[in-house]
Design a protein around this ligand. Structure first.
Ligand code: NAG
Ligand code: NAG
Ligand code: NAG
Ligand code: NAG
Length: 387
């Protein structure tokens, strides 16, 4: 026995018998009248609203909205494209919460049912502009199928790059990020999440405006894609600047022997990137209990990933940096510092493990370089980047 319920404004319901003769009873004429009255009132209201709308917005808008909803109904749904085509416009108005939720979607099946060319996402975390961009342009040009670029910049730089640039319209919605604070990790998660929206991105490299590449694209792509590990710096530092920053309130999510430290400039694969954006377990602990002099951007990702995916980590960074001058900040290199001996020191001066074997090729990127270093770097780049 079917019956329809009409919701009244007060929340009461009128039960309308339908689809059967058995529903008729003594109250029928009264209920029918009430229904009729209700219907008339509803139609009247509809006509008044329609007339007012047409008067205010013109007949066109009413007609267009009707047609566009018809078109939407008729449109052929190509559902797969929606999932595998990268977003054409990087700007969006999703909140961080919405973005991280969306970015945490992950296919559970082993293979992709389409031809997927895996890309490296170069993610630039900057304060202002990108003074060394010409170096990155010459690195990336011609390799469009194998990379994508994202910029998180605290200053809008929308009109800075011409359409021919690899940086053209690659800025993502950004917010203020402060060194040593959770807002820095938030910015890194925002970069990862935006880059995850392109299903082709398989490796994610975090860079700053003072970073330079040390090899040509082919070498960098090969080194990253053939590696069995992701390059997140992560080590157990027993000193006051390591374990000394641990807060017992993080227990049991994080224990002191799980506490790690590492430079923030990482390279992670898609699986680890998803682990980072989906994390809601460690995030609140670090946000509350790792505040200066605990610098959260040196501890959150290394510790979290060491707990969750230890075997996936190389425990070293791909970004060379010089702490030998001492102090709270690494050395910044200027124009006079740039010469071939300097690069020989970076390129051959170390010994590290790669897929279980020792190599002197330990770094693919280096920092920090001031804008004044650009000219000599451009001079020397053809020698460096093609060797
Ligand atoms: C984003 O924009 C859409 C329409 O353009 C709007 O419906 C939505 O409320 C906006 N969301 C936020 C978080 O501003
Ligand atoms: C990195 O460190 C973790 C634990 O700290 C360890 O399990 C892992 O094997 C290390 N990775 C390499 C490549 O040695
Ligand atoms: C690199 O370090 C490993 C272990 O410390 C050592 O066995 C190897 O000989 C070193 N290689 C070079 C070229 O120094
Ligand atoms: C890139 O560098 C490698 C060696 O590191 C070299 O063999 C190769 O020819 C270079 N590729 C280009 C396109 O210059």
């Amino acid at each position: 026995m079917q019956s329809r319920a009409i919701q009244l404004e007060e929340g009461k319901e009128i039960i309308v018998p339908g689809g059967g003769r058995t529903g008729l009873n003594k109250a029928f004429p009264y209920k029918l009248l009430l229904l009729l009255a209700f219907f008339l009132a509803f139609s009247g209201a509809f006509i008044i609203i329609s007339v007012t709308t047409i008067k205010y917005y013109g007949i066109n808008s009413v007609v267009t909205s009707v047609t566009s909803s018809l078109v939407a109904c008729r449109e052929k749904p190509n559902v797969l494209d929606k999932w595998i085509k990268p977003p054409l416009v990087l700007m969006h108005n999703m909140s961080d919460e919405e973005l991280l939720w969306r970015a945490s979607f992950m296919p559970q099946r082993k293979d992709y049912p389409f031809d997927r060319v895996p890309k490296i996402a170069f993610m630039f975390l900057t304060i202002g502009s990108l003074p060394l961009s010409p170096l990155w342009e010459s690195l990336l040009k011609g390799h469009e199928k194998h990379y994508s670029v994202y910029i998180h910049s605290q200053e809008s730089s929308s009109s800075e790059f011409p359409p021919s640039s690899v940086f053209y319209r690659r800025q993502i919605p950004s917010q203020v990020a402060e060194w040593g604070l959770m807002t820095m990790c938030d910015a890194e998660r925002r970069l990862l999440a935006n880059a995850l929206l392109d299903i082709s991105n398989e490796w994610f490299v975090l860079l700053s405006e003072s970073c330079i590449p040390l090899y040509n694209f082919t070498s960098i792509y090969c080194y990253i894609t053939k590696s069995k590990h992701s390059f997140m710096g992560s080590f157990d530092d027993p000193s006051p600047y390591g374990r000394g920053r641990y807060d017992g309130n993080m227990y049991p999510e994080v224990s002191i022997d799980q506490w790690r430290k590492g430079a923030q400039w990482f390279e992670v694969n898609r699986e680890l990137a998803v682990s980072i954006v989906k994390d809601t377990l460690y995030y609140p602990k670090f946000k509350e209990f790792c505040t200066p002099a605990c610098y959260v951007d040196e501890h959150y990702f290394p510790t979290m990933l060491t707990i969750e995916k230890p075997a996936a980590l190389a425990n070293r960074s791909l970004t060379w940096v010089d702490w030998s001058r001492g102090g709270a900040h690494p050395a910044t290199f200027e124009q006079p510092d740039i010469n071939e001996e300097f690069f020989a020191r970076i390129l051959k001066g170390d010994n590290c493990s790669y897929n279980g074997e020792y190599t002197s090729m330990c770094y693919l990127f280096a920092r920090k370089f001031s804008p004044s270093a650009l000219e000599p770097l451009i001079q020397i780049a053809p020698k460096i980047l093609s060797s």
